[in-house]
Design a protein around this ligand. Structure first.
Ligand code: AP5
Ligand code: MG
Length: 218
């Protein structure tokens, strides 16, 4: 089963993907994470994309396509993808279909997490990520446990694009590009809209029910 999860910045794509990956033995392909790794490793590409990401704009379609094809073509992950943050515009949605077809795969479910800009502001400015295990926290909504060994405060990191200003810019970039993507998946009857404003646990349950439903007729 291949799943696409999309939604505005801070909608909970990563949080929900972490849970889906464990429960259904899928592989999370987050284009944001792949790009951040390039920056962290100071690769040539990382140097090229750093300022684009910190302006809240999209990296070029070609760069992201090259990164994801390496995974889609790898048999190890065949039919086990959750695409987190890809596609973000119509050319990317068409390209994902093309790449999956090339490697004899398809999308089975597309989840759109809907969250308002007001909620997103707090989710972005309050977020921190454990540099050891990758768990995602939020100082307002789900703080890291006190006295935790792995997720102790000294290991919690903020993303450089998680300021209010860049967050709003990322939201605007999302709004500008996403309507054709929504229509693209609506036309193929793959789109399920999930209310991303409820609790993390409630969203977990709703997504699980949608996945079970799709599994039933695969
Ligand atoms: P990316 O890393 O994908 O960032 P994003 O899309 O802005 O999304 P986030 O990772 O910020 O949010 P999320 O939805 O994963 O939320 P999370 O679960 O962490 O991309 C970064 C950049 O890379 C882009 O701006 C672009 O430049 C580039 N890029 C990436 N993909 C690209 C592509 N395809 N093409 C071109 N460029 C690309 O949750 C957020 C916070 O909210 C956390 O603190 C969490 O604890 C909290 N939270 C989650 N759910 C809930 C809830 N239900 N209630 C309360 N709090 C919650
Ligand atoms: Mg994310």
């Amino acid at each position: 089963m291949n799943i696409v999860i999309f939604g505005p910045p801070g909608a909970g794509k990563g949080t929900q993907s972490n849970f889906i990956v464990k429960k259904y033995s899928l592989y999370q392909l987050s284009t944001g994470e792949l790009l951040r790794n390039e920056i962290k490793n100071k690769t040539k590409l990382g140097v090229e994309i750093s300022s684009i990401m910190n302006s809240g704009k999209l990296v070029s379609d070609e760069i992201v396509s090259n990164l994801i094809e390496k995974f889609i073509s790898n048999n190890e992950y065949n039919n086990r993808f959750i695409f987190d943050g890809y596609p973000r515009n119509k050319p990317q949605a068409e390209n994902l279909n093309y790449l999956l077809k090339k490697y004899n795969q398809k999308i089975d479910l597309t989840l759109k997490l809907s969250v308002s800009l007001d909620s997103i502001k707090k989710r972005i400015t309050g977020r921190s990520v454990c540099s050891i295990c990758g768990k995602i926290y939020n100082e307002y909504f789900n703080p890291a446990p006190i006295n935790a060994e792995c997720c102790a405060s000294k290991f919690l990191q903020k993303r450089s694009d998680d300021t209010l200003e860049i967050g709003v810019q990322r939201f605007q970039t999302y709004e500008k590009n996403i309507t054709p993507v929504i229509n693209f998946y609506k036309q193929s009857n793959l789109l399920k809209v999930v209310n991303g404003e409820t609790t993390i646990a409630d969203i977990n349950s709703e997504i699980s029910a949608l996945i079970e439903d799709v599994k039933g007729w695969l």
